[in-house]
Design a protein around this ligand. Structure first.
Ligand code: C2O
Length: 583
């Protein structure tokens, strides 16, 4: 039977507590990855899940976490964080059956790249559990970035790129990473990034929030405390016994929306403004979201309007909206005013198909999940009323446009799906091939994601924030054919398809919700080139809290990838390198 909706209260992830005494000048945390159990819904039995637990410096017997997902970091801009990430997961994967199935089918689905590249498996066959944590969107040195090749197992097996700060303080199943927090006031997140395993590991629960605050935010008059609500959106399926089923291979039940770990939760709210900080932490699903109200309960015509005040990398000029499309890893920071409906109204956060003219080929945007969660305006207005600033009066800096210059370098990334092996890569080069993209420190570049296939992909670049420049439709079929030809012809530089020969229309400006915003993830629709502009490739070179070797050195290699996690594991990911002036 379908799950009863809106019977579980929305959980709120707990906040991790730091110990400032370990590394003077930094906040220190210890976080352990563990398997435990979690009930996704009142009527489901508890499921095994993976999650992060933060050590409680005040009481070692009461670690901070809920089992599924992880505690929230709530940190101050520019004050660094040091985290010891400990791997105490079981040595057999929660989705071992899925892994065995994929391995059985290896000749078809394993990432065999097209010639001339040879794929070298990086991990011994008998290790199915290895992990590494990436702080998504952060300004972080490579040794703390949590790249796939930095993975390590519960038993202390290290991938060849394993790194840790302060090695004398770690056991083999641990790594210490440092985060500069030289970011804008924003909501980052952290999640598993293990080589070839991110999709299964994140699905099992390895994700959490990382809030960076600017003390000056206090003066903005934003809703805070219980009126600032993070929403981690995911879709999950369940076996009949209530345990998690891996959607791609293993589904028994319906696709179910899960917010902060609960299926179809509800939240009782006061008739006042709330700040909702939304993360799409789904493996593959895009959501088109709006706040539905029964017309009889609405004071204005539904759906309930809201204001967008920030995106992935920080605040932006407030934008009045009715709905938006959020792809995996994107964040939307909203002000919703629940005094704009009648008392006792139920406001439903809904995913609806909407128009897909701009974004053909979006997986999971369709009707199979409609209702997500409910806000019930049942509480009395407390504290003598709502004293927050009306969104239209908020003093948020608008983001200055990065202007391309004629000499700005363009870099092409072709989403290439091998016809035979179905493996996805950028530019038909597998992830494990060493970096071929060298970017001079401090330079500005335009990256062009050329997507000739039928799906939209969310593209994520580590380290930097960028702006969306525009998109342009291309003759995808012809581009794909010519690109294939170029590969089978031995990739002669002179024969590389020239993008300008494939345009079928003029460039389209970014949508209002992504224009003039700090982005780290961008939707790259099917049969289009999506252009982003990245200003100043500069890695953080200062040491964190005097820990030796914690700052970046040149050359500094980072990655970018599709944030459909199955695509990331399937090689739609490449390194790139920041180099000094002499290469
Ligand atoms: Cu959200 Cu490379 O990751």
């Amino acid at each position: 039977p379908p799950l009863k909706k809106f019977v579980d209260p929305l959980p709120r992830p707990m906040t991790a507590i730091s110990d400032p005494s370990v590394y003077p000048g930094a906040d220190y945390y210890e976080v352990t990855m563990r398997q435990s159990s979690w009930r996704f819904h009142r009527d489901l039995k508890p499921s095994p899940v993976w999650g992060y637990w933060a050590t409680n410096p005040h009481d070692p017997h009461r670690p901070i976490g809920m089992g599924y997902l992880g505690p929230t970091f709530d940190v101050t801009m520019d004050h660094p964080t040091v985290v010891k990430w400990r791997n105490e997961l079981p040595t057999t994967h929660m989705f071992q059956k899925v892994i065995d199935m994929i391995r059985d089918k290896a000749p078809v689905v394993a990432p065999i790249p097209p010639p001339p590249y040879k794929y070298v498996p990086q991990f011994p066959d008998d290790i199915n559990v290895w992990n590494v944590v990436h702080q998504h969107g952060g300004y972080t040195a490579p040794q703390s970035d949590g790249l796939p090749e930095q993975s390590y197992s519960p038993k202390g097996f290290h991938a060849e790129g394993y790194t840790t700060l302060d090695p004398s303080r770690v056991k083999p199943n641990e790594a210490i990473y440092g985060y500069t927090n030289h970011d804008h006031s924003c909501m980052l997140w952290y999640h598993d990034h293990a080589m070839g395993m991110s999709a299964l590991n994140v699905y099992a629960g390895l994700a959490g929030l990382y809030l960076i605050r600017d003390p000056a935010d206090e003066r903005l008059g934003l809703p805070r405390g219980e009126f600032e609500v993070p929403l981690i959106l995911q879709d999950r399926t369940f076996h009949e016994d209530g345990s998690l089923a891996y959607t791609m291979t293993d589904r028994e039940g319906e696709d179910t929306p899960v917010v902060n770990g609960k299926a179809y939760p509800y939240l009782d709210v006061e008739p006042r403004r709330y700040r909702l900080r939304i993360l799409n932490a789904s493996n593959e699903r895009f959501w088109r979201l709006r706040f539905d109200v029964d017309p009889r309960d609405a004071i204005l015509e539904p759906p309930l309007p809201f204001w967008l005040i920030g995106t992935d990398g920080g605040f932006r000029a407030p934008l009045h909206m009715l709905d938006f499309l959020i792809s995996p890893a994107e964040r939307y920071d909203l002000i919703v005013d629940f005094s704009r409906v009648r008392p006792h109204t139920k406001v439903t956060l809904t995913n609806y198909p909407g128009t897909q003219v701009h974004f053909p080929g979006i997986p999971g945007c369709g009707p199979e999940i409609a209702d997500i969660m409910q806000f019930r305006v049942t509480k009395q207005l407390s504290g003598g009323g709502d004293r927050t600033t009306p969104p239209e009066k908020l003093k948020l800096h608008s983001v200055a446009p990065i202007e391309p210059k004629p000499q700005t370098r363009r870099r092409e990334w072709v989403v290439y799906q091998h016809q035979l092996y179905r493996t996805m890569t950028f530019n038909a080069v597998p992830y494990m091939e060493p970096s071929q993209d060298f970017i001079e420190e401090g330079s500005t570049e335009i990256w062009e994601y050329i997507n000739p296939n039928h799906d939209a992909h969310p593209m994520h670049v580590h380290l930097v924030n960028f702006q969306v420049l525009n998109r342009q439709p291309i003759d995808a079929a012809r581009y794909q054919t010519d690109y294939e030809k170029w590969i089978s012809g031995g990739r002669k530089p002179k024969e590389h398809p020239v993008l300008a020969n494939y345009f079928t229309g003029p460039p389209v400006p970014p949508d209002p919700d992504e224009a003039l915003s700090y982005k780290d993830t961008v939707k790259a629709p099917a049969q289009m080139v999506t252009r982003i502009i990245i200003e100043e490739f500069v890695p953080p070179t200062d040491d964190i809290a005097s820990i030796p070797n914690s700052g970046a050195e040149l050359p500094a290699t980072y990655i970018h990838h599709c944030h459909l996690l199955e695509h990331e594991d399937d090689d739609l990911m490449r390194p790139w390198t920041i180099v000094g002036p002499d290469g």
